[in-house]
Design a protein around this ligand. Structure first.
Ligand SMILES: [Zn+2]
Ligand SMILES: [Zn+2]
Length: 214
């Protein structure tokens, strides 16, 4: 039997897909580490140094658990870059690899833009962000009129991501297939939207107007 505690805002809980717990190709260690990682907010940046400090097993043990998770598709490894310079390895958690519909986050997209080249979006993206560096881009975004900001390749990529994330569905009235708008719930992270996609939501044009008229 299990003696459970009540779960409310004073006793926070984690809701996870049970699938990985039944995966017998994962070690206990890997299941523990994945649970720990899934208890973080969606936009959390995982670095090996921080991960291995979360438990008492030591770095080698964390590295082997991580290897197990990568092999089984629960973790994706990516090189993080700022202004074209390599600045460490970043890990993305995929809660259910079978249902991973390969929506890449704007953050991953930005990272891939830096290594690839060739089409207009990527070239413009380079111009928008990479030549300035991430922080400089955020400063630049603040100086742009909002109308000009909406025309940047950067914003187009974020818009695309938010549409996919919400499956083209209005987050208020749940309408699908109507003209949609990406709405900023707050502007605190303007210029860093790719790191704060939770600040954004997808609304149909009608709900969007109502929100702004409030
Ligand atoms: Zn709506
Ligand atoms: Zn809005």
């Amino acid at each position: 039997m299990i003696k459970r505690t009540s779960k409310d805002k004073n006793h926070p809980f984690v809701l996870v897909d049970k699938g990985f717990l039944n995966n017998n190709k994962l070690s206990l260690k890997a299941k523990g580490l994945l649970t720990l990682m899934l208890s973080h907010p969606d936009d959390w940046s995982f670095y090996m140094e921080n991960i291995s400090e979360m438990s008492s097993d030591g770095k080698a043990s964390h590295v082997s658990a991580m290897k197990n998770l990568i092999e089984q598709g629960y973790i994706e490894k990516q090189q993080a870059r700022t202004g074209g310079k390599f600045c460490g390895v970043i890990y993305t958690v995929i809660e259910n690899p079978k249902s991973n519909n390969k929506i890449i986050s704007p953050e991953e997209y930005l990272a891939s833009c830096i290594t690839n080249s060739g089409n207009i979006t990527l070239t413009r993206m380079k111009k928008d962000i990479c030549n300035y560096g991430e922080d400089a881009f955020a400063e630049k975004a603040k100086c742009l009129t909002y109308k000009s900001f909406l025309k940047t390749a950067y914003w187009r990529i974020i818009v695309n991501f938010i549409h996919k994330k919400h499956n083209n569905t209005c987050q208020i009235c749940k309408a699908k297939g109507k003209p949609m708008a990406v709405h900023h719930k707050k502007y605190d992270n303007h210029g860093y939207e790719h790191l704060h996609v939770e600040d954004l939501t997808l609304l149909c044009k009608d709900c969007h107007r109502v929100v702004h008229e409030k």
